[in-house]
Design a protein around this ligand. Structure first.
Ligand SMILES: O=P(O)(O)OC[C@H]1O[C@H](OP(=O)(O)OP(=O)(O)O)[C@H](O)[C@@H]1O
Ligand SMILES: Nc1ncnc2[nH]cnc12
Length: 186
């Protein structure tokens, strides 16, 4: 069975976790916002994050890293470069100029829709879907549905952070999810 989180004795993980700051009541009262921009300020923590994903995926024959706007655009491209795959963005509505496939989803704090260019992912391609964080799982589930609608395969999903008490993993239609940091109960 696939390991679904980085080995917890990996010495890089403590610094990665400490570099992510938590902001109460953002963007709404009651949300404890996990801010990955502070990880980006720490070159070692950012590099270690990308290295751990690249180490996991470099031999998995991934054709496309699919990143979800906005924060999947931070982590997806360096992973794609590191494993030798293309990068495909899934964007918020009306940002992509060409014909798109689209999916609606619900969030911890609202509803939204993502779109992907038709033809960016080809039928049968092996895809890794990347975002910074999984909360309720609605966003990642929509990302998976978009990839599957064009006839491609989601090999795995990868997130830096899981808020496991929200049970988003259960929405992923059985797709494996690999995470580095879980803030359960914190
Ligand atoms: O698991 P879920 O409950 O669906 O939530 C996770 C999503 O929420 C955040 O993005 P957000 O929708 O805030 O958009 P942004 O990255 O454009 O700010 C986060 O970056 C994930 O994409
Ligand atoms: N608690 C949270 N922190 C950061 N991004 C999020 N997206 C959904 N929930 C979030």
């Amino acid at each position: 069975m696939a390991v679904n989180s980085a080995p917890q004795d990996d010495p890089r993980l403590a610094r990665i976790k400490e570099s992510i700051h938590s902001i109460p009541d953002f963007p709404k009262a009651g949300i404890l916002f996990r801010d990955v921009t502070t990880l980006l300020l720490d070159h070692k923590a950012f590099k270690d994050t990308i290295d751990i994903f690249v180490e996991r995926y470099k031999h998995m024959k991934i054709d496309a890293v699919v990143g979800i706007e906005a924060r999947g655009f931070i982590f997806g491209p360096p992973i794609a470069l590191g494993i030798g795959a293309k990068f495909v963005p899934q964007r918020k509505p009306k940002k992509l100029p060409g014909p798109v496939v689209a999916e609606e989803y619900t969030l911890e704090y609202g509803t939204d829709r993502i779109e992907m260019h038709e033809g960016a992912v080809q039928p049968g391609e092996r895809c890794l879907v990347v975002d910074d964080l999984i909360a309720t799982g609605g966003t990642l589930a929509a990302g998976i549905r978009l990839v599957e609608r064009v006839g491609a395969e989601v090999v795995e999903c990868a997130c830096l952070i899981e808020l496991s008490e929200l049970k988003g993993r259960e929405k992923l239609m059985g797709k494996p999810l690999f995470v580095l940091v879980d803030f359960e109960g914190e």
